[in-house]
Design a protein around this ligand. Structure first.
Ligand code: SF4
Length: 325
C-alpha cells in the first residue's frame, strides 16, 4: 500500500497539530485582493476514494510510528517519536484533531464530505474534533439539511473569513459577500450547531476608512455572535492586487497606532456574548495580549490596547508595507 498522502499548503494556526486532510485543492473564489494563497490555481474537488486512500495512508503511518516507538522502548512517548519524524499530527500519541482543507471544503457535495468525515472517525476512533474553512457565501447557499448532515457526520467547527463588516470595503477587496450574507452565513452555521470562528483583518481600511471598518465589523460580529473572533493583521503581499493598489497610491497603509486604535474601537463596540477574541497569529505582532472575552473582560482588553498604543507612540516603529505572512 502506498503511504503517500497529499497535504494542504495552508491551515489555521490552531490546527498546527491536527491531521490535515486535503478534500479539495485551491479556492472556489480566488478573488480577494489581499490574498496570495492560491493565485492562478483552479478549484479541484478530489474524488472521495482518493481522499479515503490518503486517510488510509495516514493510518498506516500512525501505526508505524507506534510500532517504532514501542520497539525502541518509547511506548509512553509516541508523540515525541512522531514529532521527531515530522508527523506533528500524532503529537498526542493518538489523533485527536483533524482539519479538512483547502480553503472552502464545504463547497463539496455534502454527501461526499460527510462520507469523508465519517470515514475519518472510523479510521481514527480517538478523533475529538474536525474543522474546516468555509466561505460565508457557500454557507448561505447550502441548505440547513446539508449543514446539519455535515454537523451530524462530525464536522464540529467552521473557520470563516469575514475580514470586515463594512459594505464598501467588502466590495473594494472583492470578498464576494455582502455584510448581510456574512451575517446570514454565520447565523446558519450556528443554527446548524457548529462552533464558529470569524476572522477579522485589522488594517484593511487603511488610514482613510479605518473607522467604518471597525464599526461595520463590530456590527456584523454582534449580529452573528460567533464563538471566536480571530485577528489577522493585513499586510500587502507582493504580487497581490492590493499591493498593486498600494503602488498606485490608492491605498494608504495604516500606522501601528492607527491599527491599534481601530482594534480598540471594534472591541469597544462589541456586544457579543458567546465570544473570545483571539490574537493568535504571528501577523498580529503589534497586538499581543489583546486576547480576551469582551463580555467579561472588556476593560482589561481596552487597557491592554491603550498600553500598546502608548508603546507604539514612543517606539516610532513603522508598520512594514510588505510581508510574506
Ligand atoms: S476566499 Fe480565502 S483563500 Fe479564497 S481568495 Fe479569499 S482569502 Fe484567499
Amino acid at each position: 500500500m502506498n503511504i503517500y498522502y497529499e497535504q494542504p499548503p495552508y491551515r489555521p494556526p490552531t490546527e498546527g497539530y491536527s491531521l490535515l486532510v486535503r478534500a479539495t485543492r485551491n479556492c472556489s473564489w480566488n478573488k480577494c485582493e489581499f490574498c496570495c494563497m492560491y493565485q492562478g490555481a483552479k478549484l479541484e474537488i478530489r474524488p472521495v476514494e482518493d481522499v479515503k486512500n490518503d486517510i488510509r495512508a495516514m493510518k498506516m503511518v500512525a501505526d508505524e510510528m507506534k510500532d517504532l516507538a514501542l520497539k525502541n522502548g518509547y511506548g509512553d512517548r509516541i508523540g515525541m517519536v512522531a514529532r521527531a519524524n515530522g508527523i506533528h499530527w500524532l503529537n498526542d500519541g493518538v489523533v485527536k484533531h483533524a482539519f479538512i482543507a483547502d480553503s472552502n471544503s464545504v463547497i463539496m457535495k455534502s454527501d461526499d464530505l460527510a462520507e469523508i468525515i465519517r470515514f475519518l472517525y472510523e479510521t481514527f476512533p480517538t478523533l475529538e474534533r474536525v474543522t474546516s474553512y468555509a466561505r460565508a457565501k457557500t454557507l448561505v447557499k447550502k441548505s440547513m439539511e446539508d449543514l446539519q448532515l455535515l454537523r451530524e457526520a462530525g464536522l464540529n467547527r467552521l473557520h470563516v473569513g469575514l475580514e470586515t463588516g463594512d459594505e464598501e470595503l467588502l466590495t473594494i477587496i472583492q470578498k464576494g459577500a455582502t455584510p448581510d450574507e456574512m451575517i446570514l452565513g454565520g447565523q446558519k452555521a450556528l443554527q446548524a450547531g457548529f462552533e464558529l470562528s470569524e476572522y477579522v483583518m485589522p488594517g484593511l481600511g487603511g488610514q482613510e476608512k479605518w473607522e467604518q471598518h471597525a464599526r461595520g465589523t463590530a456590527r456584523v460580529l454582534n449580529e452573528i455572535n460567533p464563538h471566536f473572533i480571530r485577528l489577522r493583521t493585513l499586510f500587502a503581499v507582493p504580487g497581490t492586487p492590493l499591493a498593486a493598489r498600494y503602488e498606485r497610491g490608492e491605498f494608504s497603509q495604516q500606522t501601528i497606532e492607527g491599527l491599534l486604535k481601530e482594534v480598540r474601537l471594534m472591541i469597544e463596540e462589541l456586544t457579543v456574548s458567546a465570544d473570545f477574541v483571539v490574537s493568535d497569529h504571528i501577523a498580529n505582532r503589534y497586538m499581543w495580549g489583546v486576547d480576551g472575552k469582551p463580555s467579561l473582560d472588556k476593560k482589561r482588553m481596552l487597557k491592554a490596547v491603550d498600553s500598546l498604543i502608548a508603546a507604539a507612540r514612543e517606539s516610532h516603529e513603522k508598520y512594514p508595507v510588505y510581508s510574506g505572512l
